[in-house]
Design a binder for this molecule. Structure first.
Ligand code: GRG
Length: 309
């Protein structure tokens, strides 16, 4: 795959980059769920996976691979795996036993269409297919790099990541929560998978320990900022634009950054976190080549606070 980063006469063209990366990801997602039995399970998996999210997580993975000097094509199966884990978490999050939502990515939620049992199983099948993508469908990547990816995916998906964050989030509904606990929820429920995205992309390229550490700092900043903006959009945007039910946090009596700090201070906090994330990459963005390689991750950090959905 040619370098995903594209430039114009004026410099890095982020819109063209996003469009190109999204197309590559969509094609790979489609190919990752070919005809297989049982057809009903495949249909439920494809319904949510191919419903057109922003694809931020797989794109972060490809961009990190390129910053580390790797070929983004080799990271594509891992990028698909990360979007599968994310989609699984959305399906499960929407279930009646969790957030009980009926709108996701602009369509009825998976369990509304296929029933609860099938939605749980579609999520389970996406989660396990994610590990299959890495272990069995990543040609050309050395086994020890794939092992590092499997490690990151496991940490992000399980108790130290998504599941742990979700448990504390559910437990805190209707209770008053301090900033520390809120940060724990955000860093686990949302931040852990974003961290895995950049670290997995970097592992595929055999990144140095110094770059992995910088990417960990970058991920912490964008992970928290992403969830703060998510909380802000829940208050300020419409369900139509978001493609999911707006105002849910208030209805579920959840503590959010806007609730604790107010909208303006929350936005300032998100901007500061994105600044910290970008600063962590500064040593790797030096020179013309460094600047070109780091441009996508720097622009993606800004995109997190400027997005409207
Ligand atoms: C069963 C192993 C296992 C894990 C599931 C349900 C759960 C545990 C965790 C919930 C995680 C969750 C849904 C966090 C919210 C993260 C978030 C802000 C999602 C929205 O992401 P976007 O805006 O969505 O990138 P799109 O649709 O654009 O991809």
């Amino acid at each position: 795959m040619a370098a995903v980063a594209t430039t114009t006469g004026k410099g890095f063209d982020f819109s063209a980059y996003l469009e190109d990366a999204r197309q590559r990801v969509e094609t790979a997602l489609d190919a990752a769920l070919p005809p297989e039995r049982p057809e009903s399970l495949r249909e439920a998996m494809r319904y949510s996976l191919l419903a057109g999210g922003k694809r931020l997580r797989p794109i972060l993975c490809l961009a990190a691979c390129e910053l580390a000097g790797g070929d983004a094509a080799l990271a594509l199966p891992t990028a698909v795996a990360l979007e599968m884990v994310h989609t699984m978490s959305l399906i499960h999050d929407d279930l009646p036993a969790m957030d009980n939502d009926d709108l996701r990515r602009g369509r009825p939620t998976n369990h509304k269409v296929y029933g609860e049992a099938n939605a749980i199983l579609a999520g389970d099948a996406l989660l396990t297919r994610a590990f299959e993508m890495v272990a069995l469908r990543s040609p050309g990547v050395a086994a020890e790099r794939l092992l590092a990816v499997v490690g990151e995916l496991s940490l992000a998906s399980g108790a130290p990541g998504l599941v742990g964050g979700q448990v504390v989030d559910l437990d805190c509904e209707g209770k008053s929560v301090d900033l520390d606990t809120l940060e724990y929820i955000h860093l686990h429920k949302t931040g852990a998978l974003l961290r895995a995205c950049v670290l997995c992309g970097a592992h595929i390229a055999g990144a140095s320990a110094a770059l992995l550490e910088a990417l960990g700092t970058y991920a912490r900043g964008i992970g928290l900022a992403f969830q703060i903006i998510d909380d802000i959009l829940d208050v300020t945007a419409s369900s139509e634009v978001l493609g999911k039910t707006a105002g849910k946090d208030l209805t579920a009596d959840k503590t959010t950054y806007p609730k604790l700090l107010g909208l303006e201070a929350s936005r300032q906090r998100a901007d500061a976190l994105v600044g910290e994330a970008k600063a962590a990459l500064a040593p790797f963005a030096e020179g013309e080549l460094g600047g070109l390689k780091a441009a996508p991750l720097l622009a993606l950090a800004d995109y997190i606070t400027s997005r409207d959905r």
